[in-house]
Design a protein around this ligand. Structure first.
Ligand code: FNR
Length: 378
């Protein structure tokens, strides 16, 4: 009921902060080091200036778009997030069901807490994608890919901005472990969030993709599992091992995007991992036009980082993105109210997108272009 009353994603963020234990909320809400990239990514959307056309018939404002050869209901993709069952016990299944209901893709992470088959069973009619982190054990990568492909996932998103773990200082300060454990300060948290802890302690164990004997802190786990030696050559290896479409996520320079397009990847995601990896890395929205130009239509260009509203989606698409991935936005909804919270986020994005298209005089997502939006200096 309370999620239905949320007027925007920020309201859901406030609700999430009340519902989830501080260390869980901070794992989602936080970013690397000084959190400069995160702040800039969000702030960049405030620099958007729209140039609306008037006196256009905007009684219809269709939001459907085609990406990777398939139609989706609006240019939004639910991006991969690790440990989603830590945010709410309904976890990946709830997110995949909400995506299916909204007619947009959902991406399961390698660090997910539900196996690909579980996601496929929860959302059999959804367009379910898989995100790969290349791990040191090469055979394991292939096993993971075949699990995804057997579950019907036909789009692979290879994330390349985590050669090593970023420094998420909020997690360090909380002593966050995966799964979360109750420590001295945590005991106080349990008193404050009894429902969350009860849910959490009675749900199935979190692990799907982690390794036995791994350290419990996230950075330690990441550095133990992930392969920092990955290069463009490995991408060709993945391309040959994967039967479906291939996207590369975490592209942060126009020249890298160009090289990837030349390699024949189906898409690149301009992203700095929501500011969770290299702090002060380039701001996706600002970088987007140069990447679109460099790629020159050879691959589809996606964007993520800081997308919190339908108007943000409209701005990114106008500046050349095929669609936006979202991360925190849906996780705030999930923490605030489980599946209904994710539904609410997608409703808010859709309503905001339609309204923006109408107010812009754009007559649908297809009418968006760089003449309708510019980025102010401040
Ligand atoms: C992420 N992100 C992420 N990306 C990825 O490729 N694999 C993963 O497992 C995760 N895990 C993850 C966990 C959490 C809690 C967050 C917030 C993010 C990054 C994510 O896919 C996306 O790039 C960012 O979230 C985009 O920024 P916004 O939308 O959160 O501002």
């Amino acid at each position: 009921a309370r999620v239905a009353a949320a007027a925007d994603v920020w309201d859901l963020r406030r609700l999430a902060a009340k519902r989830a234990p501080r260390m869980v909320f901070d794992y989602v809400d936080g970013a690397a080091e000084g959190e400069v990239s995160l702040a800039r990514s969000v702030a960049a959307f405030r620099r958007v200036e729209f140039a609306p056309r008037v006196l256009r018939d905007v009684s219809e404002a269709p939001t459907a778009v085609e990406i990777l050869g398939r139609r989706i209901s609006m240019p939004v993709v639910l991006g991969p997030t690790g440990f989603t069952r830590m945010m709410h016990r309904a976890g990946e299944r709830a997110v995949a069901r909400a995506a299916q209901r909204a007619g947009v893709p959902y991406t399961l992470s390698t660090m997910g807490t539900t196996a690909p088959a579980g996601v496929a069973a929860a959302a059999p009619a959804g367009w379910n994608w898989f995100q790969l982190y290349v791990v040191r054990d090469r055979a394991r990568n292939l096993e993971t890919l075949s699990m995804a492909s057997e579950a019907g996932m036909d789009v692979l998103v290879v994330t390349v901005d985590v050669p090593v773990a970023g420094a998420r200082l909020r997690d360090v300060r909380h002593g966050l472990t995966v799964p979360p454990t109750l420590r001295w300060r945590g005991a106080l948290e349990a008193v404050r969030h009894p429902a969350w802890w009860l849910d959490f302690l009675t749900s199935e164990p979190l692990r799907f993709a982690t390794v036995d004997g791994a350290p419990e802190d996230l950075a330690g786990l990441t550095n133990l599992m992930f392969d920092p030696s990955v290069t463009f050559a490995d991408l060709e290896w993945i391309r040959s091992a994967w039967p479906g479409r291939l996207l590369v996520k975490g592209v942060q320079r126009a020249d890298d995007a160009k090289e990837l397009a030349a390699l024949g990847v189906d898409g690149v995601v301009v992203s700095n991992h929501g500011g969770r990896q290299l702090d002060r890395a380039a701001t996706p929205l600002e970088l987007l036009p140069s990447v679109v130009e460099a790629v020159d239509g050879r691959s589809e260009v996606f964007l993520d980082g800081g997308v919190r509203s339908g108007a943000d989606v409209a701005a990114a698409v106008a500046l050349g993105a095929r669609a936006c991935f979202i991360g925190r936005a849906y996780l705030y909804g999930l923490m605030a109210g489980g599946e209904a919270g994710v539904d609410r986020v997608l409703e808010l994005l859709r309503a905001g997108l339609v309204r923006t298209l109408q107010l812009l005089g754009a007559g649908g997502v297809d009418g968006l272009g760089p003449d309708l939006v510019r980025l102010r200096d401040r």
